[in-house]
Design a binder for this molecule. Structure first.
Ligand SMILES: O=C(O)CCC(=O)C(=O)O
Length: 226
């Protein structure tokens, strides 16, 4: 956990990056998923989109296929030391974008969200960037390609609203759904770290953050040992 001495610095960093410290201190908990509704202000979201444009310029979005050959509806790229990729060879983390270039660094405003909510003294290795255009969704899955599940996954929503489905570690457990809005942050840690989750649908055009509509989701992950 972060030391108490860091708390003041984290609040200062939150304010600088237009997060609400009161929301950061009082998430709601659903099945172990910690939900920070409206953590990032509209101005903060706009700043984040601006820096993400640089990420996408350096490492363009790709529409990957699963190991089974099914094309995903979501387009993806990444930032950080490692990026998550999928193709016929499998799901894995790679040090290079499929084009052969290194992934860009995780932008500072995104790192600030990690520091505000992750509660661990370790930086993430990967920021997976998912872009949901009209009709895109993500099936129920577990995030389990990382080497150490003691660190949380931090998920940031920007743009159109998404119906996020949360289950348990056992796929047979029931699920519960929640509409995630732009500026919301979800932490999947502890009992929820290996919980099944997915995005059933996105209300295309429901947010004005992205001029053409669409949703960006960022997931920050520690990929220890990779
Ligand atoms: O888009 C979301 O809210 C969830 C993304 C996700 O589950 C993932 O990238 O593993």
């Amino acid at each position: 956990m972060l030391q108490a001495a860091d708390a003041g610095e984290i609040v200062t960093e939150m304010m600088k990056n237009r997060m609400d410290p009161e929301i950061a201190a009082s998430p709601i908990e659903i099945r172990g998923f910690r939900v920070f509704s409206g953590l990032i202000s509209r101005a903060g979201q706009e700043e984040m989109v601006a820096v993400l444009r640089d990420v996408v310029a350096a490492a363009p979005l790709v529409q990957p296929v699963t190991p089974g050959g099914r094309q995903m509806s979501v387009r993806m790229t990444a930032a950080g030391r490692l990026g998550w990729v999928t193709d016929r060879r499998g799901y894995r983390y790679e040090p290079l974008h499929p084009s052969g270039v290194a992934w860009p660094a995780i932008p500072a405003p995104v790192m600030a969200v990690w520091r505000a909510v992750a509660g661990v003294d370790r930086a993430p290795d990967c920021c997976l960037v998912n872009f949901y255009g009209a009709g895109a969704r993500m099936g129920l899955h577990q995030d389990k390609d990382e080497g150490d599940f003691s660190y949380p996954v931090v998920s940031i929503s920007l743009g159109d609203e998404a119906l996020f489905r949360m289950g348990g570690v056992d796929r047979a457990e029931g699920t519960q759904s929640l509409w995630l809005r732009s500026g919301d942050v979800v932490v999947m840690g502890g009992a929820a770290r290996l919980a099944w989750h997915g995005v059933d649908k996105v209300r295309h055009g429901s947010s004005t953050l992205l001029p053409q509509g669409g949703r960006i989701n960022l997931t920050l992950r520690v990929v220890a040992g990779a």
